[in-house]
Write a protein that binds this ligand. Structure first.
Ligand SMILES: [Zn+2]
Length: 329
């Protein structure tokens, strides 16, 4: 078991205390900021319920903890979106419910993790509701979500909610250094946003390089010194999901730096792309772009011409022909 990320310690303490009092809820909804650790916490809760040493649960060393930690426990089921889709389908929920209704292999709890629950489609959510309304004894259902508002209110109201917020940058960096070793974790978090659990799975050096390259491209596009078609083709070929995340963070950063400040407006006015005829990239424009980048990220599994979709985004960043500083026609 990896050491508890310090910003999750209050949550584990709360769950542990509930378990010791025999008051573990049937259903838990962990609402996290992206990459803040909901899945880690779900795994921890599974170990808590499946540990064989109830006085020290989760002990981290018994057979129950080890198997649950490796997601190989016969009383633990993990439901994720199927590989070819972003949705969790009704068949998956029915299978989970049928499994939860059976007696546990180990004579204790049965645990189901749905991650992320905001990927449940409408039919799957309805099917899940039946299980939430009449949960079998000694079952624990853990749902993770970054956008719980996408879940039906009937589901939310039947879960105990736990909020997990992204930690401060310094805390993330300290935890990443302690668990993964030294690395440019600041650059990794710049690229991914404040998502330490996501960063923990990444190679910080490769991520920093990709992030730097992505930023260079975006700056060059905004200055009109690189060709949107070539840039779009290059991005579409490799690492697109990560590049889009970097793109989104780059835009959000500009909004954060600039919101309401006179300096920002002056800078924007001075920028070449605000010359006559140029794209008017004000704050509203930046927000619009953030939405479009998110939309593109959400539809990466849909077969469409990604190069073309990117190119159209890039053109919004790029000054109109007359205002370009570079020589590309
Ligand atoms: Zn244990």
């Amino acid at each position: 078991m990896t050491p508890t990320p310090p910003w999750l310690a209050a949550s584990t303490a709360k769950l542990g205390a509930a378990h010791r009092r025999g008051r573990l809820p049937h259903a838990l909804l962990i609402h996290e900021d992206p990459g803040a650790g909901a899945e880690w916490l779900a795994g921890w809760a599974a170990q808590l319920a499946l540990c064989q040493d109830s006085a020290r649960a989760p002990c981290g060393t018994c057979r129950g903890c080890e198997r649950a930690g490796a997601l190989l426990h016969p009383d633990l089921m993990l439901v994720r979106p199927l590989e070819d889709s972003r949705q969790i389908r009704i068949e998956q929920v029915r299978e989970l419910s049928a499994e939860l209704a059976l007696t546990s292999h180990g004579g204790g709890y049965k645990v189901g993790i749905i991650a992320p629950a905001d990927a449940l489609n409408r039919f799957a959510a309805n099917a899940l509701l039946k299980t939430l309304e009449e949960p079998p004894e000694r079952t624990l259902l853990v749902l993770t979500a970054t956008q719980p508002s996408r879940l039906p209110a009937t589901i939310i109201s039947r879960c105990q909610r736990l909020r997990v917020r992204a930690p401060e940058r310094a805390q993330s960096v300290a935890w990443l250094t302690a668990t993964r070793g030294a690395g440019d974790w600041n650059a990794a978090l710049d690229a991914l946003g404040e998502a330490p659990l996501l960063a923990a799975q990444a190679d910080p050096q490769a991520l920093a390089a990709l992030s730097a390259d992505t930023r260079r491209t975006l700056e060059a596009l905004a200055a009109g010194s690189t060709d949107p078609v070539a840039a779009a083709e290059r991005w579409a070929r490799a690492d697109l999901p990560l590049r889009l995340l970097c793109f989104e963070n780059w835009l959000t950063e500009r909004i954060r730096l600039g919101a309401g400040s006179a300096a920002f407006l002056a800078e924007m006015r001075a920028a070449p792309y605000l010359s006559e005829g140029g794209a008017f990239l004000n704050i509203r424009g930046l927000f619009g772009l953030v939405d479009e980048v998110r939309d593109l990220r959400a539809t990466l599994d849909v077969p469409l011409n990604r190069g073309l979709a990117l190119e159209s985004l890039f053109r919004r960043l790029t000054p109109a022909d007359g205002a370009r500083s570079g020589g590309q026609g």
